[in-house]
Design a protein around this ligand. Structure first.
Ligand code: MF3
Ligand code: CO
Ligand code: CO
Length: 293
């Protein structure tokens, strides 16, 4: 039954046939159920979109990670052992109420990864002494109030040579090329595509065996974020996603092998490798780094 406006009145019988008045039945219910994107991402991709309170917690963890990297940077010079960097990171983290996530993670024996020259990632701090011109990646992951943030930087010990400068500069810009793609409407594949295009265009190579990863409520969550790939492929980016972008860039070939400690990944050809990592939040407008340099 229609009123004079041609629309169903509030007190008219509901058009659904229930016999109830329209206002007691379907009024206001015709709009499709708003899609629960959180449930969709969890069911379809196993991705946990972060709530505002989660983001606040990850941001605080990220601030501690960045304070840690800023504390370590000036200490990196020829003549120190990589284990000294472990001591600095371990003590600083505990002093600020955090927990170093790497310690005992899947059996990792130290509190930070320190990867020198041809070491791509997961270097175990120890007796190796830094030498003039070494490139030194320090990868800090901190748990603060249950939230995880993960970031790394490649530093120079003393004055770098041209090869060291080149691979470090390409790795640094590779991170920014990846981040330039992070916004709703783009996909995970766009990030890797941009990194690969840039880094290979510079004559460097992109490591395939390790990827960025969801982070925040745990050390490694879905999705994986490859640093190579195809435009438009992979999971569509949605606000509330938090993941790392952490391209590992080799001056020579991308092939690697793992030392008998079962952690240290080194370039097969012995060439230099550099990396920069940040923890990134996808926002409505684009992205925000929760570990800004
Ligand atoms: N921080 C590294 C990453 O970026 C992971 C290190 S795992 C460890 O994902 F066990 F080596 F610490
Ligand atoms: Co990471
Ligand atoms: Co890391």
């Amino acid at each position: 039954m229609r009123n004079s406006t041609g629309r169903v009145g509030r007190n008219d019988p509901c058009p659904c046939g229930s016999g109830l008045k329209y206002k007691k039945c379907c009024l206001g219910k015709e709009a499709p159920e708003p899609m629960d994107i959180g449930k969709l991402y969890l069911d379809r991709y196993r991705i946990r979109l972060k709530k505002p309170e989660d983001v606040e917690g990850i941001r605080k963890a990220g601030q501690l990670v960045m304070e840690t990297l800023r504390m370590v940077g000036p200490q990196i010079k020829p003549g120190i052992k990589t284990d000294f960097i472990n001591t600095l990171v371990h003590d600083f983290t505990l002093d600020h109420g955090g927990i170093p996530a790497p310690l005992n993670y899947k059996g990792f024996p130290k509190s930070v990864c320190v990867s020198v020259n041809e070491v791509i990632c997961h270097g175990i701090p120890g007796e190796r002494m830094l030498e003039e011109g070494d490139i030194v990646n320090v990868d800090v992951t901190t748990i603060l109030n249950g939230y995880y943030a993960d970031a790394n930087m490649t530093f120079f010990a003393g004055e770098p040579g041209p090869d060291a400068r080149k691979v470090t500069s390409v790795a640094r810009r590779s991170l920014d090329e990846g981040l330039s793609m992070v916004r709703p409407g783009n996909t995970i594949g766009d990030i890797g595509w941009a990194i690969q295009k840039y880094a290979e265009g510079e004559g460097c190579s992109v490591v395939r065996e390790y990827t960025g990863h969801g982070v925040g409520l745990d050390f490694h969550e879905a999705p994986q974020v490859p640093h190579y790939g195809r435009r438009g492929h992979g999971v569509p980016l949605a606000p509330g996603m938090v993941f790392t972008v952490e391209p590992m860039i080799n001056l020579g070939d991308k092939a690697l092998y793992i030392l008998s400690d079962n952690w240290t990944a080194v370039t097969r050809d012995g060439s230099l490798s550099a990396q920069f990592e940040q923890t990134i939040l996808v926002t409505e407008e684009g992205c925000e780094s929760l570990t800004p340099y």
